[in-house]
Design a protein around this ligand. Structure first.
Ligand SMILES: [Fe+2]
Length: 134
C-alpha cells in the first residue's frame, strides 16, 4: 500500500535476496535503523526513508581496524556526545550482516569475527553513512 501512495514500484528480480545488495535506512526523527537485502520502501514516523548513500571516510570520521585476539577491533575517531555520535557500526560479508549499536557518551568501538573480505559501515547521526572494505 505505501508503494501505491509513493508512486514508486518496488521490484526485486532476485527472489532469494542478497546481502551484497544491502541498503541501510535511518529515521531522522527517532533514530530507528533498518536493513534491507533488496529494494524496499521503508517508512518510519510518517516519513519515507531513502536508502543511505555510503561516503568515503574523511578525517573527522576515520576508522582504525586492528586484529586483536583474532577479531577485527574497530575504533572510530569521532566524538560520542549526545548531540553528535556514531550510532552504529556494521560488518557485511557474503552471507552475514552484523550491526553493533553504539550510544552517546559511550565509546566508538566494535569487535567483529573476521569472515573473509567484507565491508565495514559506520553511521554518524549528523554526517551520515561511511564505509570501507576490510
Ligand atoms: Fe560526525
Amino acid at each position: 500500500m505505501p508503494e501505491l501512495f509513493s508512486g514508486e514500484k518496488i521490484t526485486n528480480t532476485n527472489r532469494s535476496a542478497n546481502i551484497s545488495r544491502s541498503s541501510l535506512y535511518v529515521c531522522p526523527v527517532c533514530g530507528n535503523i533498518f536493513h534491507s537485502t533488496g529494494k524496499a520502501l521503508i517508512s518510519c514516523c510518517g516519513i519515507t526513508l531513502p536508502p543511505l548513500e555510503c561516503e568515503n571516510p574523511d578525517d573527522e570520521h576515520s576508522v582504525i581496524c586492528e586484529k586483536i585476539d583474532g577479531e577485527h577491533y574497530i575504533t572510530i575517531n569521532h566524538e560520542m556526545t549526545k548531540q553528535h555520535y556514531i550510532s552504529f557500526v556494521a560488518y557485511s560479508t557474503s552471507d552475514r550482516f552484523e550491526i553493533v549499536k553504539l550510544y552517546p557518551e559511550g565509546t566508538a568501538h566494535a569487535r567483529f569475527m573476521p569472515r573473509g573480505r567484507g565491508i565495514l559501515y559506520w553511521y554518524c547521526n549528523r554526517h551520515g553513512l561511511f564505509c570501507q572494505r576490510i
